[in-house]
Design a protein around this ligand. Structure first.
Ligand code: B12
Ligand code: SF4
Length: 511
C-alpha cells in the first residue's frame, strides 16, 4: 500500500506550495489528500470555527494519513499551533511536518510544535522524507528537513534550490484528492477551479533584495549554494501548465503571472512567450513588475500578447525611504517615464505603496503624497501596512538597533492578520490619517490635484481636524470599489469569492 500524506492549507484555496508538493509526491508513488480549511477573503483572519476544525479532523481520520503536513505563513503561527495540537490528539502517533515561509524564517520557534520542519523549497525534501518513513529508514538526516526525535533536534543543512524548474510536475489540480471546508460544510472537490483567475509562477527567487521582504531570508538560506537564486521555467513548461488549467477551470477568464518580479528573464524568454501565448492561451493576463523593468519594448510586446494590467512596486515616493526599505535606488523617474508611456499603451496600472513605517519622517510622507498627487491618472493603488516578518533584513536591523520589540515580529504578533492590505478602520495617528487620506484621494480622477496640493500646503491645519477629509477619502474608496466590482461583473469575472471580497464593506481594503 502506498504512503499517505495529508497536506493542509489554512485560509487559502490556491496554495501553490502544497499543490507542487502533492504533484511531486504523487509522481514518486505516494498518495496525497489536500485539505483546504477555509479561503482567504480579507484581512480579518480568525481561528476557523470548531465545526470546521471537527470536519477537518473527521476527513483526516477517514483518510488515515501516515504523515500530516501543514503550510503556513507567519501570521498563521498561532492557528497552526492550535490545529496541530488538535490533530495530534485526533491522530495519535501520526507525525506532523510544517513547511512554508514561517517555518523557513523562524525554525527555532516552530520545531518544538512538530516532528519535522521543512526549510525552503520542499518538493524533493518531502519525497525523501516520505520514502524514508515508508521504508523504515533514518528520517533524521534528510537535507532541508529538521527532525525532532526523543527531545533532540536534528538541524540538517538545506539542499540547493531546485536548478531545473522544468523538472517539477505542474501543481496538482485534480478533483479526486481535494477537500474544501468552510462554514460547516466539507466538499470533495477542487475548490480553486471555480475561480475566474489562475495564478501561475514562471520563476522562483527574485533578482532584488528589498529589506522588508522574505526574499532576503531565502537568499540567506541558500547562500552556501553556488547556483543561481533566481531561476526561470521554460516558456513551454509554463504554457503547458496553462493549457492544462484551461481544460480544468470552466470559468477561467484571466491569468495572473504572480512571480515576485515577472519577466525578469527578459530578452529571448519574453520573445518566445509573446510568440506563443496568444495562440495557445489567448486570455488577458496581468503581472508584477519593478521600476527598472518598465521598458517600452518589453511592455509593448507583452501588451500585444494580452497583457492588460501591471502591478508596480513604488512602495514610497520618498527616495530616502525607498533606500531604507528596499536597499535599492529609488525608482521615481522610471515610474514617471512609465506613466507617460502608459498613456500610449493604455494598460491598467496598480501601484503598490507601503505605509505605517515607524521610521518614516513627516518629510518622507509628504514626498510620497506629492508624488502620488502628481502621478498621471488613471491609476489604482494597493496600500500595504509595513509588517515586520521574522528574519527579514529590515526586522533584523530594527531588532539590533533596539527600535523593534521582539513581540512585534509577525508570528508572535498577528498584525498582518488584520493589517497587511490597509483598511481605513485601523487605528492611526492624525498625521498618518491625514496622509493616508491624501494618498487615497490622489488616484481618484474626480478629485482636483490642485486642491490636494493646497491641503498639503495647509497640512498643520488639516491634521488637527482630520475627520472630514478622512471620511471623504473613505467614501471615495467605496465608490472606487463599487466601480471595480461592476467591472468584474461586466467581464464575467464576478465569482462568489469576489462577491464576498467586495461585498463586505466594513472590511474594505482601500485602493
Ligand atoms: C499567492 C500568495 C498569497 C495567496 C495564496 C496564499 C498561499 N497559501 O499560497 C493569498 C492571496 C491567499 C495570500 C494571502 C496572504 N499572504 Co501571501 N503570498 C502569496 C505569494 C505571492 C506566493 C505564494 C506561493 O504560492 N508561492 C509559490 C510556492 C511554490 O512557494 P511556497 O508557497 O513558498 O511553497 C514552497 C515552500 O515554501 C515549501 N512549503 C510550503 N508549504 C509547505 C508545507 C509542507 C508540509 C512542506 C514540507 C513544505 C512546504 O515547499 C513549497 C514548494 O517548494 C507569496 C510570495 C511568494 N512569492 O512566495 C506571498 C506571501 C507568502 N504572503 C504573505 C502574506 C503576509 C500574506 C497574508 C498574511 C496577507 C494578509 N493579511 O492578507 C495572507 C495570509 C493568508 C494565509 N493563508 O496565510 C507574505 C508572508 C510573509 C510571512 N513571513 O509570513 C508573502 C511572503 C509576501 C511577502 N512578500 O511578504 N498570499
Ligand atoms: S521585488 Fe518584491 S519579491 Fe523581490 S525582493 Fe523586492 S519586495 Fe521582495
Amino acid at each position: 500500500m502506498s504512503f499517505r500524506v495529508a497536506l493542509i492549507a489554512i485560509y487559502s484555496v490556491e496554495s501553490a506550495g502544497i499543490r507542487y508538493l502533492s504533484a511531486a509526491l504523487r509522481r514518486a508513488g505516494h498518495d496525497t489528500r489536500l485539505l483546504f480549511l477555509r479561503d482567504w477573503v480579507h484581512n480579518r483572519l480568525q481561528m476557523p470555527s470548531d465545526r470546521d476544525v471537527e470536519l477537518l479532523l473527521e476527513h483526516l481520520a477517514e483518510y488515515r494519513p501516515d504523515l500530516v503536513g501543514l503550510s503556513l505563513m507567519s501570521s498563521l503561527f498561532p492557528m497552526a499551533r492550535e490545529l496541530t495540537t488538535r490533530i495530534r490528539a485526533a491522530l495519535p502517533g501520526v507525525p506532523v511536518i510544517w513547511g512554508g515561509i514561517h517555518p523557513t524564517s523562524a525554525p527555532e520557534d516552530c520545531i518544538e510544535h512538530v516532528d519535522y520542519l521543512c526549510l525552503g523549497e520542499g518538493e524533493q525534501a518531502l519525497v525523501d522524507l516520505c520514502d524514508a518513513l515508508r521504508d523504515g529508514e533514518d528520517s533524521t538526516t534528510i537535507a532541508s528537513i529538521w527532525a525532532r526525535r526523543d527531545g533532540v533536534v536534528h538541524r540538517n543543512p538545506v539542499r540547493a534550490p531546485i536548478a531545473d524548474l522544468d523538472s517539477l510536475p505542474w501543481p496538482d489540480l485534480d478533483d479526486h484528492n481535494k477537500v474544501y471546508i468552510e462554514h460547516g460544510r466539507a466538499r470533495r472537490e477542487e475548490p480553486w477551479k471555480r475561480s475566474a483567475e489562475y495564478r501561475v509562477y514562471t520563476s522562483r527567487g527574485c533578482p532584488c533584495r528589498c529589506a522588508y521582504c522574505y526574499v532576503t531570508i531565502l537568499r540567506d538560506l541558500y547562500r552556501d549554494h553556488p547556483g543561481p537564486f533566481y531561476r526561470v521555467r521554460s516558456v513551454e513548461h509554463v504554457l503547458g501548465e496553462l493549457e492544462h488549467v484551461k481544460r480544468h477551470f470552466p470559468r477561467l477568464a484571466r491569468v495572473k503571472i504572480d512571480d515576485d518580479t515577472s519577466f525578469a528573464a527578459g530578452g529571448s524568454w519574453v520573445e518566445a512567450f509573446v510568440a506563443s501565448y496568444p495562440q495557445r492561451i489567448g486570455l488577458p493576463f496581468e503581472c508584477l513588475l519593478i521600476p527598472p523593468m518598465l521598458q517600452r519594448a518589453l511592455l509593448a510586446a507583452l501588451k500585444q500578447a494580452g497583457l492588460v494590467r501591471v502591478q508596480v512596486g513604488i512602495e514610497s515616493g520618498s527616495p530616502a525611504e525607498t533606500r531604507h526599505l528596499h536597499h535599492r535606488a529609488p525608482g521615481n523617474e522610471d515610474i514617471l517615464a512609465f506613466a507617460e508611456l502608459n498613456r500610449e499603451l493604455g494598460l491598467d496600472v496598480v501601484y503598490d505603496v507601503i505605509i505605517d513605517n515607524p521610521a518614516a519622517t513627516e518629510e518622507m510622507k509628504l514626498e510620497t503624497a506629492r508624488f502620488l498627487v502628481d502621478l498621471p491618472r488613471p491609476y489604482s493603488v494597493y496600500f500595504y501596512s509595513l509588517n515586520y516578518f521574522p528574519g527579514t533584513a529590515l526586522t533584523r536591523a530594527a531588532l539590533a538597533e533596539g527600535t523593534l520589540d521582539p513581540a512585534q515580529v509577525e508570528g508572535r504578533s498577528t498584525k498582518a492578520w488584520h493589517q497587511f492590505r490597509v483598511s481605513m478602520d485601523w487605528p492611526r495617528s492624525d498625521e498618518d490619517r491625514f496622509y493616508l487620506a491624501i494618498y487615497c484621494l490622489a488616484s481618484k480622477s474626480f478629485v482636483s490635484r490642485r486642491w490636494l496640493h493646497r491641503l498639503l500646503d495647509d497640512r498643520e491645519l488639516h491634521k488637527r481636524n482630520v475627520e472630514p477629509l478622512y471620511y471623504l477619502a473613505w467614501g471615495a474608496n467605496y465608490l472606487r470599489m463599487t466601480a471595480v466590482a461592476l467591472d468584474y461583473l461586466r467581464r464575467g469575472e464576478l465569482t462568489r469569492f469576489k462577491v464576498r471580497q467586495y461585498g463586505s464593506l466594513l472590511k474594505l481594503i482601500s485602493q
